[in-house]
Design a protein around this ligand. Structure first.
Ligand code: 13P
Length: 312
């Protein structure tokens, strides 16, 4: 194994993400909606020598084919490559997209027991104080194990089953955008490692006919992002990565967005190829190609793993 790969394989995820933030190198996070996507995503990372996270959320398990947090961890142990990737537990909500209370505590503990490298507690539907309290609790469990914690502040809409307000209305009003002052305070009080923010990004649909349709092309309020990054100083995360206009994405990376979550686009590539060809291998090929295309022509981060290895 090349020296840079040995170095990155040994580095902690916290250090890798800090280096990525300082040097403005994007670490994309690809959602595993079906188990065979694990090896397909890793193959694209190998071909392009790019560092990324593989991540899995509750909807990936309950609505699609990721099966369980354990099954994804087992697939990652088999096909993953620590010099190019780590495994993240995406979106453990305290209140879910249907307004139901979730047993977040057990889900987080499950990922910690399984050996996930990072977890996300999503208290964004709670009042600020409650979000702080729950996030601190997760940080106190994860950090002693060397596990990073992501939290969310603001409203990244899109996963709800009801109709959304028109996109232009959300963007123009800034309704639900992360408040920069709150964000500064939240980071101070929780000790969280990365913060997911709302600056115009929305999630792709996960239910109804909309889940199979092309997502709205979102924009980002970069001025708002600048205010958040000034007050927080930690890696910021953009959820709803599918279908954001490229120029906004590149500008956001220059201003502190370090992790972008991509779900809909690669899930649809998998499902579409499976419908057309009826073979899992073809669906995997479609995912590898899509991930490669995103890395090379959209984010323009091919070779990021070598660069990160220099800085950790
Ligand atoms: P998209 O499905 O819109 O790419 O969003 C993915 C995501 O944010 C998962 O947390």
């Amino acid at each position: 194994m090349a020296d840079w790969r040995k170095k990155l394989a040994k580095a902690s995820l916290a250090d890798i993400m800090k280096a990525a933030f300082v040097h403005r190198i994007l670490v994309p996070a690809f959602n595993v909606a079906y188990l065979p996507m694990v090896s397909a995503i890793v193959e694209a990372l190998r071909r392009t020598e790019t560092f990324a996270l593989l991540e899995v959320s509750r909807p990936d398990i309950t609505r699609f084919g990721a099966e369980s947090f354990r099954a994804v961890k087992e697939a990652f142990d088999r096909f993953g490559d620590l010099s190019l990737s780590r495994l993240h537990q995406d979106h453990v909500p305290v209140i879910d997209e249907e307004g139901q209370l979730v047993d977040w505590s057990s889900l987080i503990d499950e990922a910690l027991r399984l050996g996930y490298h990072s977890v996300m507690i999503d208290g964004s539907r709670l009042p600020l104080e409650e979000n702080v309290r729950v996030t601190r609790e997760v940080v106190s469990r994860a950090h002693p194990l060397g596990v990073c914690v992501e939290a969310e502040l603001g409203a990244v809409l899109g996963h709800e089953s009801g109709p959304l307000p028109p996109y232009e209305e959300i963007f123009a009003s800034g309704k639900g955008f992360t408040d920069p002052e709150d964000a500064g305070r939240f980071v101070q009080e929780t000790g969280v490692d990365w913060l997911s923010v709302a600056i115009g990004n929305i999630h792709g649909a996960i239910s109804g006919v909309a889940k199979d349709q092309k997502k709205v092309e979102a924009r980002l309020n970069i001025e708002h992002l600048k205010k958040i990054v000034e007050r927080t100083g930690i890696p910021l995360v953009l959820h709803g990565g599918s279908g954001i206009r490229k120029e906004y994405v590149l500008e956001a990376i220059r201003h502190g967005i370090t992790k972008i979550n991509v779900g809909t686009e690669i899930r649809q590539a998998y499902e579409q190829a499976l419908r057309t060809h009826g073979k899992i291998e073809e669906a995997q090929k479609a995912v590898t190609e899509k991930v490669e295309e995103l890395i090379v022509t959209y984010y323009e981060i091919q070779g990021s793993a070598r660069k990160l290895a220099e800085y950790v």
